[in-house]
Design a protein around this ligand. Structure first.
Ligand code: C2E
Ligand code: MG
Ligand code: MG
Length: 553
């Protein structure tokens, strides 16, 4: 979080407002200093983690103490702070209304306490007046709390109430301005505010419209079916299509929509959550809208739960490698194994597609990758001790490849477990290899480990890459092997294998599933192969058995 904002200008404006509504008691400079202090307190509370709106109570009471206690002063204060604070706090703007609500409560309570004594002496008309003042105040506050200060549209709280009151089928369409953070950075606060107002104007129609979050607008309509809601979203996107004139420029914005179409129910909380989820799907899939589906949401939730449980699972030793044998095609000897990550959960065994991406997104891939690498190296040592010099092939995530300590980590692991570097092969994808460039790979190669390009042939510049990266082998992607028999594919394979050999790169075929494929690849000169035809990935013990080793060696 950045520096505390300069609150001088806002304190001045606040004081001017107070003066406009009447008498400021005592010395003006002192009043101004008090207001600035209060502002600082409010802003500090808004920026604090965790956020606790309770400070508002003290500030409200303080205003009464300062005798800035006339209701119009409070109304002005609430409006001013609701308008200005969101831009100053660099955090969730929804905090502002929450804090203002406690501020008013604090004010009203202090004011009531202050007049309790006096009330005894109030006459009837004074009491009526006081009650009316209080009601006005509540109404002003309600208004400020239920509308977005920038656009004046109903805000999230208003939206919830609106939804809670509906019956029948409801179409809910959440429109998000894409790349909003970037826009806000380049446009600046004032222009963003202008943009949001202009967007609100264009969207205004005969449907319920709310402004939620920073950059989202919600439309609620009676629905006669999902198609209508999708059409509404399209219409909105068209309306927002033409450029917005801003500061002498023509600004285009992109809009993505998240859509929920359901029967109205008492629980209004899920609409926004579900629509945001759908909006996220649309962005993820590069589509202009997505419709909420409970099934996909459940998948998402499961993924979140899985991601959250990764660290504990790693600490509990729930991860392990299965090993798939690697055969030399010339004589069908097992020359190595590929270590493939598995996650043993109480409810079953998960494969890499279910957790590697999660681990990459959460950064857990680094410790997880290191752990698996060490397990595989240890297993390699056990097999060597039993007389089998298997090549241990381990997959590296692109993220691991970018890690500055990778080379040192691998050297350390090899040293500790006692595996010769030449017995370790690291599999990297072509795109990761290209991203990292020559130097990172050369350092690994210098260590003496072998580098293999995984899923070879699925990238762009396959053959060119081979000529200048320090790789020892290429693993032909299973896609090619499946169609290996088709004449055109056979020819491509023949040339690819020939070129690899010319560059002194060994070739492994992945995904060999049939005896025909095995024969063909052997005839094409492919060096080694792996696939279900030879054996599926299995626990280390099963490989040990296959190698004919007594388990108790
Ligand atoms: P990969 O490195 O290309 O591994 C080969 C995948 O193909 C494995 O899937 C393997 O089980 C599967 N496979 C092997 N033979 C056949 C076959 O004959 N037919 C078919 N259809 N499939 C076959 P798996 O174990 O699900 O792994 C998927 C991918 O996950 C791997 O692709 C690799 O990229 C990644 N992965 C696995 N373990 C790790 C790991 O420890 N770290 C990282 N970063 N990635 C890993
Ligand atoms: Mg691999
Ligand atoms: Mg592969």
């Amino acid at each position: 979080m950045g520096h505390p904002p300069d609150l001088t200008a806002l304190a001045d404006e606040w004081l001017r407002g107070v003066i406009r509504f009447g008498f400021v008691p005592g010395v003006r400079a002192r009043a101004r200093a008090s207001l600035q202090d209060l502002l600082e307190e409010v802003v500090a509370a808004l920026r604090a983690e965790p956020f606790d709106p309770v400070v508002g109570r003290r500030v409200g009471a303080e205003l009464v103490d300062l005798r800035m206690s006339s209701p119009p002063v409070l109304g002005m204060t609430v409006r001013l702070l609701a308008e200005r604070l969101p831009a100053l706090i660099e955090t969730e703007p929804a905090r502002v209304p929450a804090l203002l609500e406690t501020l008013v409560t604090g004010f009203v309570t202090a004011q009531r306490d202050a007049v309790v004594g006096a009330a005894e002496q109030m006459n009837r008309s004074e009491k009526i007046h006081w009650r009316r003042v209080q009601n006005d105040l509540q109404r002003q506050l309600q208004d400020a709390l239920l509308h977005d200060p920038a656009t004046g549209l109903p805000n999230e709280q208003h939206l919830r109430r609106h939804l809670a009151g509906l019956t029948g089928r409801v179409g809910f369409c959440l429109l998000g301005i894409d790349r909003y953070a970037e826009l806000a950075d380049t446009l600046g606060h004032d222009n963003v505010a202008k943009l949001l107002i202009a967007v609100a104007h264009r969207l205004d129609g005969d449907h319920y419209l709310a402004h939620v979050g920073f950059n989202e607008f919600a439309l609620v309509v009676e629905s006669t079916g999902i198609d209508d809601v999708v059409k509404l979203a399209d219409r909105c996107r068209r309306v927002l299509g033409p450029a917005f004139p801003l500061d002498g420029h023509a600004l285009h914005i992109d809009i993505t929509a998240g859509i929920v179409e359901e029967r109205a129910d008492a629980n209004a909380d899920h609409w926004l959550r579900d629509a945001r989820l759908a909006l996220g799907w649309a962005r993820h899939d590069h589509r202009d809208h997505a419709v909420f589906e409970p099934g996909r949401a459940e998948v998402d939730r499961r993924r979140h739960r899985l991601a959250a449980s990764l660290p504990a699972a790693l600490a509990n030793g729930e991860f392990l490698a299965h090993y798939q044998p690697l055969y030399r095609l010339a004589d069908r000897a097992i020359i190595g194994v590929e270590a493939l990550a598995r996650w043993q959960r109480p409810d079953g065994l998960l494969g890499p597609p279910e957790f590697i991406t999660l681990a990459e997104h959460t950064g857990m891939i680094r410790p997880l990758g290191r752990y698996l690498l060490e397990q595989a190296c240890r297993q390699g040592v056990r097999w060597r001790q039993a007389g089998h010099d298997l090549l241990i092939s381990v997959n590296l995530s692109p993220l691991q490849l970018g890690e500055p300590t990778l080379v040192a980590d691998i050297a350390d692991i090899l040293h500790r477990v006692g595996l010769p570097a030449a017995a370790l092969q690291l599999e990297i994808t072509e795109s990761a290899a290209l991203d990292q460039g020559y130097e990172a790979l050369q350092k690994l190669a210098d260590l003496g480990v072998r580098l293999a390009l995984d899923d070879f042939g699925t990238g762009y510049s396959s053959l060119a890459v081979l000529s200048w990266l320090p790789v020892a082998s290429a693993k032909l992607a299973a896609e090619f092997i499946t169609d290996a028999g088709a004449p055109a594919v056979t020819e491509v394979l023949r040339h690819t294998i020939g070129l690899c050999h010319a560059l002194d790169v060994r070739v492994t075929a992945e995904g060999i599933e049939t005896a025909d494929q095995e024969r063909l690849l052997r005839d094409l000169g492919c060096d080694s192969g792996q696939g279900f035809h030879f054996g599926r990935p299995v626990p280390a013990a099963a490989i040990t058995q296959r190698l004919g080793i007594d388990r108790d060696w």
